[in-house]
Design a protein around this ligand. Structure first.
Ligand SMILES: Nc1ccn([C@@H]2O[C@H](COP(=O)(O)O)[C@@H](O)[C@H]2O)c(=O)n1
Ligand SMILES: C[C@@]1(CO)OP(=O)(O)OP(=O)(O)OC[C@H]1O
Length: 166
């Protein structure tokens, strides 16, 4: 078993779509980034890469690279899943904490869990997503950005199969 941690922040911008965990959320603002700026997907990918000391997402998908302009981060996640599978690992479970003052994310959590589970080839029960405000404190509290943290446990591919079957 291997454990990894991921963290990402993107600034809020008015003329951007809000995509979190692969879910397009209706909101008067979105997140600014070279890709779709999906902080949840980015934190999850970094946690999975970190678990196997495979570097970070910037090393695999360089931010300045035109290939990744407007990229769908769930597609990038599929590449990361393939990378860890090549190393003989699969996702055991992942736990995500999203820091966002707005919008209310709870209604979107089931769809996010399903998206991530589908891409990772696991059951939604192995994907946890939680949200908190920062009680109006700091950059999140001022509505300047959204952050996400993730911790992922990777298991040898055969253990992963057992986990899904349980
Ligand atoms: N963007 C968010 C933030 C929070 N939630 C949900 O509200 C609960 C209370 O949040 P506090 O920051 O006031 O503790 C939190 O546990 C989440 O269930 C949310 O849906 N979206
Ligand atoms: C996935 C990438 C690709 O450009 O997304 P960005 O939107 O640039 O986001 P960031 O979290 O700053 O860096 C990760 C990049 O690799």
């Amino acid at each position: 078993m291997r454990i990894g941690f991921g963290y990402d922040v993107h600034p809020i911008g008015s003329d951007r779509p809000l995509v979190l965990g692969g879910v397009h959320i209706e909101a008067p603002f979105g997140l600014v980034g070279h890709s779709d700026a999906d902080v949840i997907a980015h934190a999850v990918m970094d946690a999975m890469l970190g678990a196997l000391a495979l570097g970070d997402i910037g090393a695999h998908f360089p931010p300045g690279d035109e290939t990744y302009r407007g990229a769908d981060s769930m597609e990038l996640m599929a590449h990361v899943v393939a990378l860890i599978a090549k190393e003989g690992y699969g996702l055991g479970n992942v736990d995500v904490m999203v820091l966002a003052e707005k919008p209310k994310l709870l209604p979107h959590v089931p769809a996010m869990r399903e998206n991530i589970a589908r891409v990772c080839g696991v059951d939604p029960g192995q994907v946890s997503i939680k949200a908190t405000t920062t009680e109006k404190l700091g950059f999140v509290g001022r509505g300047e950005g959204i952050a996400a943290q993730a911790v992922a446990l990777l298991v040898k591919a055969d253990e992963s199969i057992r986990e899904v079957a349980r």
